[in-house]
Design a protein around this ligand. Structure first.
Ligand code: EPZ
Length: 427
């Protein structure tokens, strides 16, 4: 297993290229199941989770071809083709490694009339139930069976009729499964209180490019008019707004000035608003978003919420930044029940944080100190890297396979802007 060695204190300056969005790619890839024609996705990030999903798609008989790209390039192009589906079962040993596999349930059901997917189980940040995924598919006319750790969804003879569902809780994944199931349904389906994240808009745009008919894109009320078939498409994955926000925090905590190339300010509203509240200069430029720290960091009170609220995926990274602000900040996590795993590790670097339930009180300290720390989940790992960039001395971050799931060549991108960081084998 590798680890990262970071020597803090360098002021980051320059340009970081932002990759394609992991959380969009993971719902665009299964769309290949919805058509016999080729689907080409551009700007796919090179991430462990994308490799995992490619392998899962091969299980269903989907051919996947990655078009040549130079090793120094970021991102890649993948063409997926599913002229016929040879299996509609997603096995436990693949699903357990990547929860997002549950996103094959809707498209497999829509294409073949049946889908069997291992229950994904929980993860470090929460137990991650999938009840809403199942309820919305039932509302669309599917029969759901749970047995032996698997969920089986069956469409009636002739295909899913479609239906209506009002989400009691906003769910990104359940909205995505619902959209991919409804596009080939017999009738019209309606979703209320659907997720509105930019990744949902990216999915809707791809489905429309494949011939789907969707109304209300970008709003929480969606209407999907089922069509007989979808055709192939070539589509560019949106930029990763969470990767961009993460590097914005890295630039800010080091007093740096960094251009996040390819980032879209209109998709990062709440994060950029939080950064401005903390005293960071944020300017929208032609090629991306520039983040510059001029002066002391101000404390802030932040609460995560479904889009357009502050992304829960940005909470850990912003907390790192606030550990060295001039004053006390309050962060409230409303989406996941256990998303403060970074707190004990940040405390080992000298941060002053106390947690009570879903609220963390962060008292700013003058300086963090480098330490050997352990990554626990994707965004918590990034928060440790951000802290280490500003900490005095050297930090070692272990179990960085968590990072490799969501950040394409992190150390190379940070080296581009002057970070003293290297990846070494961990004995
Ligand atoms: C997606 O997860 C993202 N993952 C997560 O990013 C992100 O944190 C989350 O959306 C919220 O924005 C991908 O897109 C691959 P949800 P998802 O369904 O779809 C509850 C990262 O770091 N819920 O919106 O699983 C759930 O427990 C990852 O990149 C149910 O109760 O999130 C949570 O409290 C982490 N029943 C809330 O809804 C369900 O059936 C939001 O979950 C589904 C969800």
């Amino acid at each position: 297993m590798d680890k990262l060695i970071i020597r803090g204190g360098n002021r980051l300056s320059g340009t970081i290229p932002i990759s394609g969005a992991k959380n969009s790619a993971l719902t665009l890839i299964p769309c290949a199941l919805l058509t016999e024609e080729p689907l080409t996705l551009r700007n796919l990030p090179r991430l462990a989770d994308i490799d995992g999903f490619q392998h899962l798609m091969n299980q269903f008989g989907v051919t996947t071809a990655v078009q040549g790209s130079r090793p120094e390039d970021f991102g890649r192009v993948m063409t997926l083709e599913a002229p016929r589906i040879t299996s509609n079962v997603a096995p436990y040993d693949l699903v357990r490694k990547m929860r997002a596999s549950i996103l094959v349930l809707g498209p497999l059901l829509a294409r073949t009339g049946e889908a069997t997917v291992s229950l994904p189980g929980g993860c470090a940040i929460g137990n991650r139930p999938i009840d809403l995924h199942l309820k919305v598919l039932e509302a669309f006319g599917a029969e759901i069976e749970l047995a032996a750790g698997y969920v089986k969804a069956i469409a009636p003879e002739g295909g899913l009729p479609g239906g209506e569902y009002d989400f009691p809780v906003v769910s990104v994944g359940a909205t995505e499964n619902a959209l991919m199931a409804a596009v080939l349904a017999k009738g019209t389906s309606k979703l209320f209180n659907a997720a509105r994240e930019p990744e949902i808009v990216d999915l809707c745009k791809l489905l429309v490019a494949m011939g789907a008919e969707i109304e209300g894109i970008g709003s929480s009320d969606l209407a999907i008019h089922g069509v007989k078939r979808l055709h192939g498409a070539t589509y560019r994955v949106m930029a990763d707004r969470i990767e961009a926000g993460s590097y914005a925090c890295a630039a800010a905590i080091t007093g740096g000035d960094v251009l996040l190339e390819g980032a879209r300010a209109d998709e990062m509203g709440a994060t950029l608003h939080a950064l401005r509240n903390i005293g960071i200069d944020v300017t929208e430029e032609k090629t991306g978003v520039r983040v510059a720290a001029n002066g002391p960091l101000k404390p802030a009170n932040l609460t995560t919420a479904p889009y357009p609220g502050l992304a829960t995926d940005m909470q850990a990274q912003l907390m790192s930044l606030l550990t060295v602000a001039d004053g006390t900040s309050v962060l409230t996590e409303t989406i996941f029940e256990n998303r403060f795993m970074h707190v004990p590790e940040l405390s080992r670097m000298g941060a002053d944080i106390s947690v009570s339930g879903r609220t963390a009180i962060v008292k700013g300290v003058k300086q963090l100190t480098g330490a050997a720390v352990m990554a626990t989940d994707l965004r918590a790992s990034m928060s440790l890297a951000i802290a280490a960039l500003a900490a005095e001395g050297q930090s070692e971050i272990r179990r960085i396979y968590h990072l490799d799931r969501g950040y394409e060549r992190l150390e190379e991108k940070l080296q581009l802007v002057g970070a003293d960081i290297e990846r070494v084998g961990d004995d």
